[in-house]
Design a binder for this molecule. Structure first.
Ligand SMILES: C[S@@+](CC[C@H](N)C(=O)[O-])C[C@H]1O[C@@H](n2cnc3c(N)ncnc32)[C@H](O)[C@@H]1O
Length: 166
């Protein structure tokens, strides 16, 4: 069950469908120093902590060649987040905002991502720097980060005037 059940002013929930459109295979889990949401950094750039991705044995052949990358995209499942919030009121913001304008873990499909620095791989354990989740968070996927295609230095959020219209 998720840790933040109370609703803040301006928040809106949706009735979720009775069944799922797709299934997922957790490929392992994320090991971090943080045991609760409140202990986690807001994002992986706010910490130097070394974390590990524990990849389950059947998926370990998939780690071949991964060590060629300096950085990885890690996708993980925020298993303690609410899934019915379509508008939410972040602590740091003045009013409520659409879920898809936020990096909040509370969303219909609580998939989180971080770009991490790869430190090493030993026996199905990938050491990285740059994560922000609770210890034991289910691991969904690992992909190489390509600066040539993934980096968009011109990107912005909250361009003047757009937040109010959204
Ligand atoms: C703001 S989210 C960003 C996640 C990811 N970097 C992203 O952008 O998709 C990070 C926060 O999610 C919360 N969190 C961490 N692990 C969680 C989990 N397993 N379930 C629910 N919330 C979690 C913590 O409060 C943490 O600070």
């Amino acid at each position: 069950m998720h840790e933040q059940a109370e609703r803040r002013p301006g928040e809106e929930t949706v009735e979720l469908p009775e069944s799922y459109d797709a299934g997922l295979y957790f490929i392992g889990r994320v090991r971090t120093p943080w045991l609760a949401r409140a202990e986690c950094p807001k994002n992986g750039r706010q910490t130097d902590a070394v974390c590990t991705l524990e990849v389950d044995a059947p998926y370990r052949p998939g780690l071949q060649n991964v060590n060629g990358a300096t950085h990885l995209i890690v996708l993980y499942w925020m298993d303690r987040a609410a899934r019915d919030l379509v508008r939410q009121h972040p602590r740091h913001a003045e009013g409520s905002r659409g879920t898809f304008s936020l990096r909040s873990p509370a969303r219909p499909n609580p998939i989180a991502l971080s770009v991490v620095e790869l430190l090493g791989i030993e026996d199905g354990t990938v050491r990285v720097r740059g994560l922000d989740c609770i210890d034991g968070t289910p691991l969904l996927d690992i992909k190489p980060y390509y600066a040539t295609t993934d980096s968009r230095p011109e990107a912005q959020v909250d361009r003047a005037g757009t937040v109010a219209k959204a």
